[in-house]
Structure formats: structure tokens, C-alpha cells
Design a binder for this molecule. Sequence first.
Ligand code: HEC
Length: 168
Amino acid sequence: MRKNKLEEQSRDAKRPASILRLCFFAAQTALFLSCTPSKTDTSKALPEGSPKFQQYYVHGEELYLRYCSNCHQKNGTGLARLYPPVATSDYVDKNKDAVICLIRNGKSGPVTVNGVSFNKVMQPIPALTDIEIAEIATYLYNTWNRNEGIVEVQHVSKVLTSCDTIPQ
Ligand code: HEC
């Protein structure tokens, strides 16, 4: 009899602790779920590479979404005859230095992308620093089936000093 009472007491004593533990578990689960990407999130896994490469890539994606996706779209498809595609684009594939220049200086005049001609104006984006351009270029050249590795800021800075001589 006395033993049972004792057991009961000790069970009672344990209860608040287990409730606490349950709360903690629930909070952890909620935190975990809130950090897990939702099903509608279509972002791809990071390509493999050094931490520096991955940092460039992640920043580059953010900058692309902020500065480019309005026109070229989130998935890089472009928009009809208004904005050329950058995801599947023979222009992007073949003209890396010109792409670096046009991000800083804009682009106008006729351009043919995948056999389709465009003749519109892309405004310059002077706010972007050399490193930000390197990050955008790293994103551009390592997503949508491209796998060209990091575009170094030193390269970008060098190219930017000679845009006059680079055919667009
Ligand atoms: C306001 C709309 C707009 C924004 C914002 C914009 N572009 Fe463009 N972009 C254009 C247009 C229009 C052209 C075609 C210019 C021409 O006809 O010569 C173009 C051309 C290009 C081209 C060459 C053609 C191709 O599609 O392969 C690339 C590469 C490109 N843009 C990348 C970018 C990147 C990267 C950014 C962000 C840093 C950006 N653009 C922001 C409108 C835009």
C-alpha cells in the first residue's frame, strides 16, 4: 500500500517533466517544419563546389531574382519576343565576356538568341559592383544545365575595363 503511494507520487513528480519534454519536442518539430522548404519550393540543390563557389552561387541567385528575373523570368525563359531567354541561350553560352559587360552597361541593337532575333533595349545596371556581377555570372553559368564553375571577380574586373573592345 505504502509502496504504491510512493510510486504514484514519483509518477506525479515525473509528469511535469514529461509535459515539458513534450512541449520542447513540439517546439522543435514546429521549428524544423518551418525551416523545411515547402512542397511548392522549386529551388534546386546547390551545385557542388568550394564554399566560395557556393557563396557566389547563392548570392548570384538572389541578385538574379532581384535584378534580372522581372524581364528574363525566374526560370530564365525570357518573355515572348520582348525579353530573350538566358537559361537556354546560345548567346549566353558563347559570349561570357559580353554577358559580363552587358550586365554593367546594358545592351541595345539587334541580337539573335537561339535563332530568334530581338532588338530592344536592356538598361544598364550601374549599381552592381564587380563582385555582384561575378556572383550573377557564377549563377548564370552554373544553373540551367551549365556547369562552368566560378566566375572570379578578378576576371570580371579585367573584362569590365575592356568592354569597348568586346563584340556584343
Ligand atoms: C527591364 C528588362 C531587363 C532586365 C531587368 C534585364 N534584362 Fe537582360 N535583356 C533585356 C533585353 C530587352 C535584352 C535584349 C537587348 C537587345 O535587343 O539588344 C536583354 C539581353 C540580355 C542578354 C543577351 C541575350 C540573351 O538573352 O542571351 C543577357 C545575357 C541578359 N540580358 C542578361 C541579363 C541579366 C543577367 C540581368 C540582370 C543582372 C538582366 N539581363 C536584366 C531586358 C532586361
